[in-house]
Design a protein. Structure first.
Length: 419
């Protein structure tokens, strides 16, 4: 059984859900007739304003799998360590990432040079490994390519304040650093981009521009001056033509899964288009827009929230055009398939090595992976769809058992055919 990833890239939420959760307490109280907001509601609105007013960078959210490599050559997926020589998601990651441990070690030394004496014991570079040919990835030459999007580091200090001290030093040196648990996240910004370029490390933002998302001049229409899409505020990004061209195309299919937004206050958001599985986010945004329209001009609400939420709702509800009838293949009967659980499970599959690689390690590995995946699917059903915890676990176990059983049977047949 593969060991757990010791320095995971943190999970982060959809932009629309984070915004909804910060606005919801105030809307609930005001719609209930309260004339004075509680401290909790005020603090939530204040945080929403901080996010909206802070500068940010945006990069295309690639639909691949999360892979990291540290300064000693340890390679990891989102959840598990990749064993030396083993493929990950059917890709030879060891060849793809050859030489990157030295680059990570060099970057670790450069970070330590501006850390104010705070030692760093481990630095993990993270990026997206493109393991499919969705969108225009084949045309762009991205299949089986790894593009860096950030780093995570662990300070040597064992006290609770060590991550905060290191983060503060790195922020003072111009990096978008944020303490999270016992580690420090380094998100994309101009300074990290320069360091990555210096080390010859390809990045998400300069390694790919979606085909169809406008001309090179259109792509450069952000508030910055270089290749990295930078905006004076998150509000500026949300209402920009730049974002709309990518997320609400005038015609045809979406050009990308969405955007990853790195706020300079150390917060990450994922902003997905309406063609993706968004859970309850569209309904939550519709609720927010209705509430803001009904309360327009209320002195307890900050100015300018309604246009932002209207754009978020537009993005979340703009679906790709339906295929012409003559091109639609008849879909097999689903026998009451749980589409929500399947959508969550398909996302979970990208967070581990391929099931066929697990099957090769034996029945114990298969059983343990099924258990882990069931737990992950159940958690996401509760988070994304508001499912009851007990019901979510039953649904998760059912879909994971069915799909893994089917895949395992197909794998066994393929093994027999090769003999």
């Amino acid at each position: 059984m593969s060991a757990n990833n010791p320095l995971q890239w943190p999970s982060f939420e959809q932009l629309g859900r984070d915004f909804y959760e910060k606005l919801s307490p105030a809307l609930s109280e005001l719609q209930g007739g309260e004339t004075e907001l509680t401290q909790k509601a005020k603090e939530s609105l204040d945080m929403l304003q901080v996010w909206l007013d802070a500068p940010c960078v945006a990069s295309v959210k690639l639909d691949g799998t999360n892979v990291g490599i540290d300064d000693r050559g340890l390679v990891v997926g989102r959840n598990k360590v990749c064993e030396p020589g083993q493929a990950y998601q059917k890709v030879d990651v060891w060849t793809v990432l050859q030489g990157y441990e030295d680059k990570a070690a060099s970057m670790k030394a450069k970070f330590e040079a501006v850390s104010g004496g705070e030692e760093i014991v481990q630095l993990m570079l993270y990026g997206e490994l493109l393991v499919n040919s969705k969108y225009d990835y084949d045309k762009a030459g991205l299949f089986k390519v790894w593009l860096c999007f950030g780093a995570v580091m662990r300070p040597a200090g064992s006290d609770e304040e060590a991550p905060s001290r290191l983060s503060a030093q790195l922020r003072g040196a111009g990096f978008n650093a944020c303490p999270t648990d016992d580690r420090v996240l380094i998100a994309l910004n101009e300074n990290l981009g320069l360091m990555l370029a210096e080390h010859g490390i390809p990045t998400v933002y300069d390694g790919y521009k979606p085909d169809g998302a406008g001309s090179s001049e259109d792509w450069a229409q952000h508030d910055g001056s270089g290749n990295l899409p930078w905006f004076t505020s998150l509000r500026s990004l949300v209402v920009s033509d730049w974002a709309r061209r990518l997320l609400v195309p005038q015609k045809g299919q979406h050009f990308a899964e969405g955007l990853v937004v790195a706020s300079e206050v150390g917060r990450l958001f994922k902003w997905k288009n309406g063609g993706e599985e968004l859970g309850n986010v569209p309904a939550e945004l519709e609720e927010s827009v209705k509430g803001l329209r009904a309360l327009q001009g209320h002195p307890a609400l900050p100015d300018g929230l309604l246009p932002v939420f209207e754009v978020l709702l537009l993005v979340a509800t703009t679906k790709p055009p339906a295929e012409p009838e003559h091109t639609i293949k008849e879909k097999p009967k689903t026998n009451g398939e749980d589409h929500e659980s399947m959508a969550v499970f398909e996302s979970t599959l990208t967070k581990y090595d391929a099931l066929e690689e697990v099957f090769e390690r034996g029945s114990k590995a298969k059983t343990e992976r099924a258990k882990e995946m069931s737990e992950q699917v159940a958690r996401d059903l509760v988070k994304d769809y508001g499912a009851d915890a007990k019901d979510a676990q039953q649904r998760a176990s059912k879909v994971v058992s069915r799909v893994i059983g089917t895949r395992y049977g197909a794998w066994l047949n393929s093994q027999k055919a090769e003999q």
